[in-house]
Design a protein around this ligand. Sequence first.
Ligand SMILES: [Fe+2]
Ligand SMILES: [Fe+2]
Length: 145
Amino acid sequence: MMTAITDTFTEDHHRCDRLLAAAEASAGGSDWSAIGAAAGALVTAMDRHFALEEDVVFPALAQVFFVAENPIEIMCNEHAQMRQLLSEIGEAVDIRDKNALLGILETLHFLVQQHNYKEEGIIYPMADGALPERAADVAAMIADV
Ligand SMILES: [Fe+2]
Ligand SMILES: [Fe+2]
């Protein structure tokens, strides 16, 4: 059983989790250049992760496995919700609003956990099963940071 997509995308979730934890830790302080850098690294990593899912994994999966259409739509809606929070992070950093930033990061943390649980338990294994020939190529894309 191929697990290349599950393994690499789960690993990328963990990388994003570490960046989120670092952003939360720095937002607890008052060094705004460090906060800006940590927030920027988080936004970049999550944007890239969402883009690889939406542009590569989900379309490839939907093409061969029609049952995946509904769960994929739910994942994309959740990406849209989280993208909204990512843009609010930038705004909070710009105006140096620490309370707003901590609140946004907390909400993001909760949404990311729920979202990743569904992808790791359902979507990625489905993709590995449905795309045995493409799984290694898709996995290589995320490893290629
Ligand atoms: Fe996702
Ligand atoms: Fe993901």
